[in-house]
Design a protein around this ligand. Sequence first.
Ligand SMILES: [Zn+2]
Length: 257
Amino acid sequence: MRAAYVRRADWGATAPTKGWTWLNPKRVQGIVIHHSGVVGGPTGATAVQAFERHHMQVRRWSSIAYNWLVDVDGTIYEGRCDGAVGGATKNWNFKTEAVSYIGDGDQPLSLEAQQGFRTVINELQHTYGGGLWIKGHQDLASTSCPGGWLYDWVMSGAAFDPPSGSHAPTVDWDGVVAYLRSLGDGLDANPLKRRMRGDKIRMVQATLPRWKCDPGPADGIFGWRTKAAVRLFQRQRGFLKPNGEVNKATWDALFFM
Ligand SMILES: [Zn+2]
């Protein structure tokens, strides 16, 4: 079932300094969500290796602390060996599985990263029979981990579709992502800009508040206020030209970062 995960051997994990201690499935009660909190840090196997080095060489733990990690692009990494007791949640390691976001949970997660969390949480629910609670690290310790956006998203229940039989409808997230990306095609030739109207503009207006940019009501009309909000968003991202028009790069930054 976990074929899509990047296993320890595939990201170059180091053997633990002590042998594995195995979780007793009967004692496991929940899933704890963490984040690395690193803004603009490395991603992928480079990031996972960096956490492992930090946890083993600086903190002197036996292995990387998290059971699972979700990258910004939704890739799921096996942290501690599947089924082993983790080390990320003091006092709770024998009763929980710890899943960490590779990045800053104060920022909105991409759709791909959200899907990664959904996948790993659903897998864990299946592994333990569906009754696990989900909490943020901040519920169990004095910490801001896993960041405000990620905490709210997880606690609003976005993460778990209960296993209610084989005919339960499932959201086609890959399809949603592909669709959103395709809507951005052609925006380099014809960027969204002031005086235009339509559904794409409504979508842009609906997502700008997520980035704390206020375009006014999502009425599908690209007015001065929407332009100012787009420009503010572009300035905040740094790498986008702040011209108040939505080209492909701005579209992708709005919906996929
Ligand atoms: Zn944490």
